[in-house]
Structure formats: C-alpha cells, structure tokens
Write a protein that binds this ligand. Structure first.
Ligand SMILES: CC(=O)[C@@H](O)[C@H](O)COP(=O)(O)O
Ligand SMILES: NCC(=O)COP(=O)(O)O
Length: 256
C-alpha cells in the first residue's frame, strides 16, 4: 500500500525514492583515503527526504563492498522508517549478506558477475526451480522479495506463482526510448506490464537509467508505482547541485 511519509494511508498515490549508493562507493574505491563516505552519503540523502537506500554489491566489489553492506545496516538501525534494499544475483555470497543483515527488500537481479551494468530481467520460466526456494528462504527471513523484470505482461503471473511480492521493472529500454518516436509504444509496454502485475497482486518498483527528465512521464503512465531506485543520475546531478538538491529533484519528479 502506498503511504505518506508519516506512515499514514494516503489518498494520494505516492512513490518512494530509494537512492542507490553504488557510484558513491565507486568513487571512494579509487583511493585508500575512505572518502566520499558511503555511510555519510546515506545520512545525507535520508536527511534530504529519501525513503530508502539501495546497494548492489557485485561479486568483484567494484563499488559496494561487503563491509559497506554491514555498515549501512548498522546505520539504518537508527533510521527505522528507511527501507534497506539489497540488489543482486542470489549467489551464495549474496544470500549470506541477506542472512546477516535481513534487508527490508531483496531485489533479485539475473546479472552475470562480469556484466558492466544490469541489462536484462529474469526469465522466470527457465529459472523457476532455482528461484522458488531462494524466494522462500528470503521471505522466511522477513525480506520482501522483488524480481528485476523486463516489461513483459505475460511473465507476471509466473512471478506471483514463484512467491515474490514485487517486481522491479528494468527501465533501461524506457530511458533509451524517451524523446524518440518509439516513446509512446515503449511506455505502453510498461503500463501494460504494471497492470498485469497489479492484477496478480504484485507491487511495482522501477529502476535503471531513470533521470529527472524521463521520470515524470514514466510515473504519469504508471501511477501505481511503489518505489523507484536511482543511483547513476542521482550521483551525476549531485556533482552539479549537491546530494541534497539531487534528492529533492527526484522527489519533485515523482510529484512529491
Ligand atoms: C539492478 C539495477 O537496475 C541496476 O541499476 C544496478 O543497481 C546498477 O548497478 P551498477 O551501479 O553496477 O551499474
Ligand atoms: N535498481 C536500479 C538502481 O538501483 C539504480 O539504477 P541506476 O539509476 O544507477 O541506473
């Protein structure tokens, strides 16, 4: 259910903003001096109004390190209303992190370890036997499970059948289509997928390459969006206007 920032049911549909800190960690990792600090960035974006923190610890620790996952978990204990979302392919290391920190949300992404960035959703039919017990274990730990999905209405019933509660729509194709003649056709695929997901009782997240420019039209077409996670463009904007204003820009783009 969509809630207002106070946690009260809201008649206005609200989409939560989760800030992905991968790229802050990427910059931090360039030297051994420890800054920019990932936990300080988390505190800053929370103070600016973000509703959640997302990390995607990749097996090579190219940006978020395992230690960041634990440090953020400790920090978020003093911010009880803030969602902790950990993304990744549920390899043994990922599952151990989830067992240790029990994030609010586990977003499962089918990325190969060496992929440059996420570029595809799950094939929930081919991967069903792998995913079903993993989803069950994560939910038994108290984590909401979200599956990273392409905008394919025909796959939504299978997501529900596997036991996941949410999808995260992979918005790379939307970002590519934005401002081109294909824009409306691509947006229709997303809104049809969202409608199919809602019909199956699923909640809806979205993420990848979302910007303050392409987000308003996306949100208008998918008013039932529960959450967006934004990292690359958040960090890029922050270089010009600072983290606080970058968060506010995305909240404004969501109509908050
Ligand atoms: C799962 C997803 O949508 C990605 O956007 C991901 O979190 C970004 O990962 P990188 O920061 O490694 O490109
Ligand atoms: N799940 C998407 C995410 O966390 C951020 O993606 P991006 O904004 O870095 O492309």
């Amino acid at each position: 259910m969509n809630k207002s920032n106070s946690g009260q049911p809201s008649s206005r549909i609200m989409t939560n903003l989760s800030i992905n800190l991968n790229k802050i960690a990427l910059l931090r990792n360039q030297r051994h001096v420890g800054y920019p600090s990932v936990t300080k960035a988390a505190e800053t974006v929370i103070a600016a109004g973000a509703h959640g923190i997302t990390v995607h610890p990749r097996p090579d620790e190219r940006h978020i390190r395992r230690t960041d996952v634990y440090e953020l978990s400790e920090l978020l204990k003093s911010h009880p209303g803030i969602e902790y979302n950990i993304e990744g392919n549920p390899y043994p290391d990922y599952m151990q992190l989830c067992r240790d920190v029990r994030p609010t949300q586990a977003t499962l992404v089918p990325d190969a370890p060496d992929v440059a960035t996420s570029d595809d959703g799950w094939d929930v039919f081919a991967e069903a036997e792998r995913l079903r017990p993993i989803i069950g274990e994560l939910q038994s730990m108290g984590c909401r499970v979200s599956l990273f999905m392409n905008p394919d209405p025909a796959a939504m019933a299978q997501v529900a059948n596997l036991g996941a509660k949410r999808i995260e729509l992979y918005t790379g194709p939307w970002a590519d289509a934005f401002g081109t003649p294909a824009e409306q056709e691509v947006l229709a695929q997303y809104s049809e997928s969202a409608a199919a997901a809602v019909a199956e009782g699923l909640e809806i997240n979205a993420g990848h390459d979302l910007t303050t420019e392409n987000l308003p039209a996306f949100k208008a077409a998918l008013p039932q969006l529960d959450e967006v996670s934004i990292g690359h463009a958040f960090t890029s904007d922050a270089l010009w206007i600072g983290m606080e204003e970058s968060v506010k820009g995305f909240l404004k783009a969501l109509g908050a």
